[in-house]
Design a protein. Structure first.
Length: 411
């Protein structure tokens, strides 16, 4: 087990520079246009695929290939420093890959995760579909059903998924559905929906406040049939988990001890990465505001020489560093120990709030120029709000942390 260290190794420094150069040279210049057009940035994703940044190999080496856990947050911070919408267009597939890694067998991982990414010449997308119109935070109440057709050895899925990143434009969709609604989240399972499967279609595409380059849409499942082998983790594991859940239903005191909720385990593992996304946006805003404040003059001197502005910048930089420390700690723990007080949720909670606050302060520092589209800080502020919402809202992170701290059921 490597010691927790804030010193990045040579490989990590190289990756940091590599991603930063891509963010600066390719992502940032494209950002205003894709924000305005609200279109998926295929040319940028293709460029990222060509250099190997958008690939299963990169994700595998930055996650399982890195015992420190820091490579992924470092790379993500640079990417989102470039732009959050395009960053998510590049990273969104990672959520589907993480769901396959977290719930599937090693064989399923090797079969499906590379297909989520495609090849450098022909990149594809993956989508992780949990949320529904009436079930966002409360994932235990999913209505999408999966029914086993024994004669055909096929699962039949019906339902509507809401707010899905890459929904309908992905090649591989990973769908969480209820097999036994009575068991709530413990009766749910994750299914691979292979490319071009009949019955899966895109519903409405949402028009969003921020991260507009990322595609977010409904996914409609109408009698979607997939082979039995598309159940992640396999039938035996599901039957075993549901049998234990039924047993626990008869003994509610033991139910609290049972883990294995497919969607939640994926989110818990990916929360520090979402924190790193938020830090990328927040750091961009601090750097931009600092540079602006050293050039813009008011009352005969650069505004940074007015304490009101200088102290704001000092607080902004401090908040970003504090959030990054929590994210790096959570990422290290995820690889080397176990969370004690929901440190993954802590890191996402702090980083999301920091991004919203810091980008708002950056607008303040730019004054009127901060409020117009000619300057990027208004876009960064619009983008930042998503980090308080997806992959567990602010309040859900607080719930998870409070439960871990107290060991009590808090609703
Ligand atoms: C741009 C975008 C991309 C997304 N991508 C994906 C994706 O790829 N896959 C996917 O599955 N989902 C995705 N989501 C969905 C996202 O995870 C949900 O929007 C989020 O979990 C919140 O669910 P909800 O919108 O239904 O809000 P609700 O759950 O209805 O919450 C509404 C409000 O009530 C609060 N609340 C709810 N329960 C409690 C409680 N117990 N205690 C206190 N407060 C509570 C919430 O914090 C929130 O403030 C995405 C969403 C967006 C906006």
């Amino acid at each position: 087990m490597p010691d927790f260290s804030l010193r990045l190794n040579e490989d990590q420094l190289q990756i940091q520079k590599w991603v930063h150069d891509f963010a600066e040279g390719v992502i940032r210049p494209a950002a205003p246009e894709y924000d305005e057009r609200e279109e998926f940035p295929w040319p940028v994703v293709r460029e990222a695929a060509k250099i190997g940044l958008y690939s299963f190999d990169f994700m595998a080496s930055a996650t399982v290939g890195d015992p420190t856990g820091l490579t992924l947050p470092v790379a993500i911070e640079e990417m989102f420093w470039g732009d959050a919408g395009i960053g998510l267009a590049i990273m969104g597939t990672g959520l589907a890959a993480a769901a396959i890694a977290g719930n599937g067998t090693p064989e399923q991982l090797m079969e499906w995760a590379p297909q989520c990414y495609g090849t450098p010449d022909d990149p594809k997308l993956g989508a992780f579909c949990v949320s529904e119109p009436d079930a966002g935070s409360d994932v235990s109440s999913l209505r999408t059903r999966a029914v086993y057709d024994q004669a055909a050895d096929e699962w039949v899925l019906n339902g509507t998924k809401a707010w899905i990143t890459n929904g309908g434009i992905a090649d591989v969709h990973v769908v969480v559905a209820s097999v036994d609604p009575e068991l709530k989240s413990r009766g749910q399972a994750s299914f691979i929906i292979p490319p071009h499967t009949a019955g899966l279609s895109q519903g409405q595409k949402y028009s969003k406040l921020g991260i507009r380059a990322s595609h977010t849409a409904e996914v409609v499942l109408d009698d979607v049939r997939v082979p039995g082998s598309c159940l992640l983790g396999g039938r035996d594991r599901l039957d075993d988990r549901m049998a234990r859940a039924r047993e626990a239903l008869e003994n509610p005191a033991r139910a609290a001890e049972r883990g294995g909720q497919p969607a939640m385990s994926t989110f818990e593992a990916t929360r520090p990465s979402v924190g790193a996304q938020a830090i990328g946006v927040a750091r961009a805003a601090v750097e931009y505001a600092l540079e602006y404040a050293t050039e813009r003059k008011a009352f005969g001197k650069p505004i940074v020489q007015h304490q009101g502005i200088a102290f704001m910048l000092a607080d902004m930089a401090t908040e970003v560093d504090a959030a990054r420390l929590l994210v790096w700690r959570a990422a290290w723990i995820a690889n080397n120990a176990s969370y004690r007080w929901a440190e993954g949720s802590m890191s996402k909670l702090k980083a999301g709030r920091t991004a919203v606050w810091v980008t708002e302060r950056a607008i303040q520092i730019l004054g009127g120029y901060g409020y117009v589209k000619e300057y990027p800080v208004e876009r960064w502020h619009r983008d930042a709000k998503i980090f308080d919402i997806f992959e567990g809202t602010e309040q859900i992170q607080q719930l998870v942390i409070a439960r871990a701290m107290s060991g009590m059921r808090i609703e």
